[in-house]
Design a protein. Sequence first.
Length: 390
Amino acid sequence: MRRISASYIFDGKGHFFKNGILELDDNNSVICLTDTSGEIKETPFLEYYNGIITPGFINAHCHLELSYMRGKLNKTENLTGFVSQMMQKRNEGKNNAQHEIEKADREMQSNGIVACGDISNTSDSFSVKSKSKIKYHTFIELLGFDKNKIFEIINNSKKLQDILQPSSIVPHASYSVIPELLSEIIKIARESDSVLSVHNQESIEENDIFKEKGGELAEVLKKVGWSNNLFKHRADSSFKALTKDFPSQNNILFIHNVFTGESDIQLARKIFSNYFWVFCPKSNLYISNRLPDVFLFRDEKERICLGTDSLASNNGLSILEEMKTLQLHFPGILLCDLFTWATCNGAKAIQMTKELGTFESGKKPGVNLVYDLDLQNMRLAPETKIKVLA
């Protein structure tokens, strides 16, 4: 048995316990979390740390298979510029992909990430994920504009799904999956009650596609078969076009949400039961130099999660650094909210609450120490670091 204490212990459910004591068994499963009311008595074999102990972090959105693209793409001002670079450089350095995927997986582990919602377009990352200490939910992501290839795309995705579980078949984004293909994806999701993930309103150009039936992004996508004749819906936003088809009961992760508005949020509340907003702030700054208006999501705190996106649009895979970025740009965000988004909410989103996300008896959520922070004001600092304790 192991007894661990710190300046504070965060339980994953929004509560801090000053000088609390966390007891783990020999397999690092939680025995109990004791509230000492701030007073620690002499306790045999007690480990004590200055900082805050939290459950392991959940990276709700990553593209592990793109890890070989670290540093290959320049920062851009919009998604159009980023997509253009991706189309040109996607295959550069891919011969070193396995090494970079392994390196990225280890990087996440060292940054206290215990689970990850990971996008896969191929099986390139499957070998690493199958052996990793990180628990992955793999989102097999589809996109396509050719009606004649729908059966082939779906059949190939099912073959990938058979290789690695847990996994889901999901659409890339509202603008990159023709309605006929989206219909097949949604049919599978309804039948299997699977977790869905979709890139949502990462750029204003996405909204333009459905409002104006064109725009800069549409011009780039024409090179790979996009046509406004393939999409039937006109809508005020790409999110509204998306909601016409998505199931109301499945867990749905909406990724990025940089240009999501109040009307979109209200629509989500009206239609969906189990939806989550995943913020990837460092990636958003890299791609569009803009962040979601977190203030708009003030009543959605129980549905917010954090992700890193890929190393194509980020210089690291650290949920702690994502939290620092949000706090820097939105100083009013409370530390308890940031930690909840990084732990419990992420576990809910990818359906891993039985074991992860909170310090509760019988769970094995991992144990992180966040240190060198401003404990007096309960804020992260630029020099704040993380150490994995279990």
